[in-house]
Design a protein around this ligand. Structure first.
Ligand code: AVI
Length: 323
């Protein structure tokens, strides 16, 4: 086995140990909850890509449409010689719009926890943009404390956090993440943030309860992942995906609900579920203008510009660091 295969095996073993600890802790607490980042194994990521194509899931295509229309203005606000820093880059599809619009881009810095994703994306970008300096950082962007030193030469660091992933963070964590980003981007920094907006609850309900059942499959995949990786014996027919909009809290809440009393074995431990008992899987917070402004302010940013679509489904905001 060569050294990169050994390193990959070590990363996979670490990931599995982290997953096991989080699952055992999450199933032992009341109410039961497993952090949403574990939804994204290879199958979960593929299912999420499929969600983004669903007719009910307006977020991705609406944000992409807004970005297509606003990248020229983003480029004018940011100016030349920026380093574009993407938090949780995945396959960097939306960042290509910015890469192509930003004048004299100094570097593109995709940050992602998946080494495989990151290497594949960086390789593709280097082929498609031969003169672009690509500086990938393999890290959990929620815990990142520094950026590559080569970026010091860029005139401005422009952060990019699309997809309304900010909505999957509890408000205090969203503020903590943006504060950390503000520190990484510096006093002259700026941030382009994609945020899903509050709207007709029926529209929100449909986006997380699609007719084809892909969202249900995505959430139920968490049980399959436990079966695959932790030797669990979840019966998938014994649990149901449940998603609804909690208007008072301004968020979609997603759970796995046990359909009957059952005992499940996970990593050598036994967990008894009552009929109707739930495992919390994800929140997806929705914002309004005042909420976005408050969030930005709490993290040391000011809104320079907001773009939305005609139906005001989604917003892309340009935030300036408050020096
Ligand atoms: C990644 N994130 C912004 C998605 C959302 O809409 O909150 C995750 C998702 N969960 C179910 N459908 C989509």
């Amino acid at each position: 086995m060569n050294s990169s295969a050994v390193a990959l095996e070590r990363v996979e073993a670490d990931d599995r140990a982290e997953f096991k600890d989080a699952v055992l802790a999450g199933l032992s607490r009341t109410p039961r909850a497993i952090p949403p980042k574990f939804l994204y194994d290879a199958r979960g990521s593929a299912l999420f890509d499929a969600i983004c194509e669903l007719p009910e899931y307006y977020l991705t295509r609406t944000e992409t449409g807004i970005l297509r229309r606003c990248v020229g203005e983003v480029a004018a606000l940011a100016g030349p010689d920026c380093a574009l820093v993407e938090f949780g880059s995945g396959s960097s599809v939306k960042s290509r719009l910015l890469i192509e619009a930003l004048p004299a881009l100094a570097a593109y810095v995709p940050i992602d926890i998946s080494r495989q994703h990151l290497d594949a994306t960086a390789a593709r970008l280097r082929v498609d943009y031969p003169s672009l300096k690509v500086e990938p950082v393999c890290a959990d962007y929620m815990a990142l404390t520094e950026l590559p030193t080569e970026l010091a030469a860029a005139r401005r660091r422009l952060g990019f956090f699309p997809g309304s992933t900010i909505g999957n963070l509890e408000p205090a964590d969203a503020t903590a993440f943006l504060r950390r980003a503000r520190t990484l981007l510096g006093a002259n920094g700026a941030m382009v943030l994609g945020v899903d907006l509050k709207k007709d609850p029926r529209r929100l309900h449909e986006a997380y309860n699609d007719a084809a059942g892909v969202t249900a499959e995505f959430i139920l995949n968490l049980l399959q992942r436990m079966n695959r990786e932790l030797g669990a014996n979840f019966d998938l027919a014994g649990f149901q995906h449940e998603a609804f909009y909690n208007a008072a809290a301004g968020r979609i809440e997603i759970y796995l609900r046990s359909l009957r009393p059952q005992v499940v074995r996970v990593a050598g431990r036994r967990f008894a579920f009552a009929a109707g008992e739930r495992i919390h899987s994800e929140y997806s917070y929705k914002y309004d203008d005042a909420g976005i402004a408050a969030l930005a302010r709490s993290a040391g940013f000011a809104i320079a510009r907001t773009w939305t679509d005609r139906g005001r489904l989604f917003a892309v905001v340009y935030l300036d660091a408050i020096p």
